[in-house]
Design a protein around this ligand. Structure first.
Ligand SMILES: [Mn+2]
Length: 346
């Protein structure tokens, strides 16, 4: 096996799970899923244990990367045997022999300097992308999306699509309490990067109440929105089809960010700013499965383990979401979906 690149900016989490199992041999402690042949699909798990930009909500998302890593490891250890797993939603066997999931550890991040933290996250995600891995970025509060999306923006020629599953706009321009960089401003900052056009940005699951300022930024840029009640009416599949059409029109790559609070908090209590109403877990999974073959980078934000319940329902859901993303992409690589999507050359 070739040695896995050691990130410069990060400290790698040494996990006793691997050491105890010992099944990957020496120097393989940073693989969550080891390929059994030359990998054709490579994912990089990168934790961003950061909730300093949560600012006005409930902190605790800094514990997300570690909790999800553990839950994801358990899922893989229990269900993948000899590189194979059965996807019972489809009644199909999924071959993971050529799939690698590397653990890039957690970003060694500044908690006192937002600007510095932003640069650290962008550099770390770039390292994942430059090493040839599809980033699986795990927050942290929703402040992780802007620097992570920035890394995809830097490494892509042409326009990008951004799909945001969220109860909230995250389009705060500036406030005395939160400044210009916070968990509430990531989408506004992403639109300012230049090659994310409003018509390629899709916000899905918005509901409740927003300030006129935050709502207005989306209107100003011509951002597409599928509000939660409309989503419920059209269903996950139609919503995903519409989203893909918008996000892929004239773009080279698509970034998907999943804020856990897009979900109804009754089904996903482990989040910092629960908003009444929202998507069901099944709707979210169906939506992500439809989109996954076209997505080039994924983040999960606002998983807040201290607020999760005893059997860790929300963390388990996130592990499922991650694995769905991986198995769907693995299946799509073997038999690409029939949907016609207009994409620019990368
Ligand atoms: Mn949110």
């Amino acid at each position: 096996m070739r040695p896995h690149p050691q990130p410069l900016f990060l400290h790698l989490v040494q996990d006793r799970h691997y050491e105890e199992r010992g099944e990957y041999g020496e120097n393989m402690s940073n693989l969550l899923l080891a390929p059994r042949t030359e990998p054709t699909l490579k994912f990089g798990y990168l934790g961003v244990p950061y909730d300093a930009s949560t600012s006005i909500a409930n902190p605790g998302a800094r514990f997300g990367p570690r909790a999800l890593r553990e839950q994801f490891q358990l899922l893989l250890a229990k269900r993948v045997v000899d590189g194979l797993v059965v996807d019972m939603d489809r009644g199909e066997r999924v071959d993971l022999n050529a799939v690698q999931v590397a653990d890039f550890g957690d970003v060694d991040i500044s908690f006192y300097d937002h600007e510095k933290a932003i640069h650290q996250v962008t550099a770390a995600v770039r390292q994942v992308i430059d090493s040839g891995f599809i980033p699986l970025v795990v927050g942290g509060d929703h402040g992780v999306t802007y620097p992570s999306f920035h890394a995809l923006h830097e490494t892509t020629r042409g326009n990008l699509g951004l799909v945001q599953l969220d109860a909230h706009c995250d389009m705060l321009d500036f406030s005395e309490k939160q400044g210009a960089i916070s968990g509430s401003s990531g989408m506004a900052r992403s639109l300012e990067l230049g090659r994310l056009k409003g018509k390629n940005m899709v916000q899905v699951g918005l509901r409740g109440y927003a300030t006129p300022q935050q709502w207005g930024v989306g209107v100003k840029y011509g951002v597409r929105r599928i509000l939660a009640p409309a989503f419920a009416e059209m269903g996950a599949r139609a919503a995903a089809q519409k989203t893909l059409k918008w996000a892929s029109a004239g773009t080279a790559k698509i970034y998907l960010t999943v804020d856990v609070d897009a979900l109804n908090p009754g089904e996903a209590p482990g989040t910092g700013w629960p908003e009444p109403g929202g998507l069901t877990v099944q709707e979210l999974l169906d939506f992500v499965r439809y989109l996954a073959p076209y997505v080039d980078a994924l983040d999960i934000a606002e998983l807040n383990p201290p607020y999760d319940n005893a059997p860790k329902q929300t963390t388990v859901m996130c592990a499922r979401l991650l694995f769905d993303f991986i198995t769907t992409k693995a299946r799509a690589q073997k038999s690409p979906p029939q949907t016609t999507v207009k994409r620019r050359k990368k």
